[in-house]
Design a protein around this ligand. Structure first.
Ligand SMILES: C[S@@+](CC[C@H](N)C(=O)[O-])C[C@H]1O[C@@H](n2cnc3c(N)ncnc32)[C@H](O)[C@@H]1O
Length: 248
């Protein structure tokens, strides 16, 4: 992703006001213009995810975790789920936008760290939100998703390859995370968003510890890096099905 804002997006003053709020309040303020910011997940990533998930389905009920304005529900869950689709987010402002723009889904206000669902979904997806959780919060977050899935259900999310050390994007993300650390050391409430704290090896370990069986899939339509590795992988974390030994 780039960190540039389009003319339809929020101005610098608006962004500064949002950045000095809590994560939740910041998104409430950003919600009406969120889709014009670089913080939304690009359609190519959503479409590549839907294409990769289709042969693994069909899925029944689906949940988009930290759904924001509902792009993942609209472009992914509605394409691969045969049952009801739900978005969960803690920002009422983001959910209002989702309700307005994506009809036919259920929208639930809840913190992802305390999901009000058990054994309910065949598929949980999430896009662009894991930077809002400190690494030490991941085990509890993944345990919530594991419990919300039905046995045999799938938790799927894309993870981009980290930028090459020393590249422009590397320094842009390093600068963003450093500014965020300084801001959170000096100011309350915290706005938690870090780009460089969600690394695949640690994430894989945390998912396995939470009870998932983890594989990854290259999202080929998003291309490969000069060294031949995929630009973006889809993480597929399955809650084992107690009834089928092949899943355990
Ligand atoms: C960068 S936006 C991504 C939105 C959407 N998934 C997308 O890709 O366009 C991150 C979203 O995560 C939500 N979020 C952050 N922390 C959360 C938490 N603890 N519980 C629920 N939602 C959370 C925010 O309110 C925001 O809507």
């Amino acid at each position: 992703m780039t960190l540039f804002i389009s003319p339809e997006g929020p101005g610098l003053l608006e962004l500064a006001r949002q950045a000095m709020s809590s994560t939740q309040r910041g998104y409430d303020l950003l919600a009406p213009k969120f889709r014009s910011t670089p913080f939304r997940t690009p359609d190519e990533v959503l479409d590549a995810t839907a294409r990769a998930l289709r042969p693994l389905g069909p899925f029944e009920a689906g949940l988009d975790l930290c759904c924001g304005t509902g792009l993942g529900v609209d472009r992914v869950l509605r394409r691969v789920c045969t049952g009801p689709v739900t978005g969960v987010d803690f920002s009422e402002g983001m959910l209002d936008e989702a309700r307005r723009t994506v009809p036919g889904a259920e929208w639930v206000r809840a913190d992802a760290r305390a999901l009000p669902a058990r054994d309910a979904f065949g598929l949980v997806v999430s896009f662009g939100a894991f930077g809002h959780f400190y690494p030490h919060e991941r085990p509890a977050l993944f345990a919530q998703v594991h419990a919300a899935l039905r046995p045999g259900g799938l938790f799927a999310f894309p993870v981009a390859a980290p930028p090459r050390v020393g590249s422009g994007q590397y320094w842009a993300l390093w600068g963003f995370d450093t500014a965020m650390r300084v801001r959170n050391a000096l100011w309350r409430p915290r706005f938690v968003m870090y780009y460089r704290r969600f690394r695949l090896p640690e994430v894989r370990r945390d998912l396995t510890d939470a009870g998932f069986t983890v594989t990854t899939l290259a999202l080929e339509t998003l291309g490969r890096l000069p060294d031949g590795s995929p630009r973006c992988r889809l993480v597929l974390a399955r809650r084992p099905d107690r009834g089928r030994s092949s899943d355990s």
